[in-house]
Design a protein around this ligand. Sequence first.
Ligand code: SAM
Ligand code: GLN
Length: 289
Amino acid sequence: MASYHQVLQTAIKKCQQVDVPAESAQILLLELCNMNYTDLYLNYESEIDDSINQQFQEGIKRLLENEPLQYILGYQWFYGHKILVSPDCLIPRYETEELVANILADTDYYFKNSISIDIADIGTGSGAIAIALKKEESKFNMFATDISGKALEIARKNSELNDCQITFFQGDMLQPLIDHNIKLDVLVCNPPYIPAKQRIQKSVIDFEPHVALFGGEDGLFFYHSVFENAHKVIKDKSFMAFEIGYDEKEALIKMVKEYFPDDKYEVLKDINGKDRMLFIYHNLEAVTK
Ligand code: SAM
Ligand code: GLN
């Protein structure tokens, strides 16, 4: 016999001993009981149901082993939408919501009068970016690609759950678009960009798919691939939006100048002040944000 209070406090103590945020234990409990914070505190001294407690203990065990809470819950919120996740796809990050917001601002600015906008999310993973964009702008003709068939299964499921019309292709970076002769107004890509030997958090390296994380020796492999082939898939007036590693700005600017010498570009910081987004404006004037 145990109360919600006792069960939660014991779990929080265990989390604190191994530096897992106590908040994760609380969120897990709320989710399993299908309660909000107020419900929980009103019932704090009530007895917890045995089967919920058992599920909670199993979840806590996984949390204590550094497994991300999102894989335990099976979802992450992204741009206000519930996105299912599994170890076959990257957990969408808050920084990536900022990429989405900036893309929406730019499409509004450049393509305000267009009836339809052809846009692709390369390396879609869970489908988070493509879904968030499509939910905001119904006039987007949305394509999404990934090399991972398992990630695409999740992305497809997410597009159905969120009632989104997206055309998915499996393949290597831009190749599926080239094969289908698709031409884009907007190319979006959050590629794997972590350098192969970079040390990263245990909860990331041990649990998230490495195909979603590592971008070759210097982290730039996939930017080279996209830059090299972009001219085959972008329209005459178009823009490209990338998420980038916090320390990749200088190397990427050098590459932009080589691949797109006549185009304007801009690097934007995320909310933590880290360089995080690269926008390249192909035959369009850059907007200063
Ligand atoms: N777009 C998702 C997001 O922002 O949360 C996932 C981004 S994750 C950093 C990179 C994605 O690229 C992964 O889903 C991975 O499977 C995919 N990927 C890796 N190599 C690829 C390739 N050669 N061609 C296409 N996609 C690839
Ligand atoms: N932002 C992710 C991380 O640092 C990496 C995502 C990526 O490589 N695009 O864990």
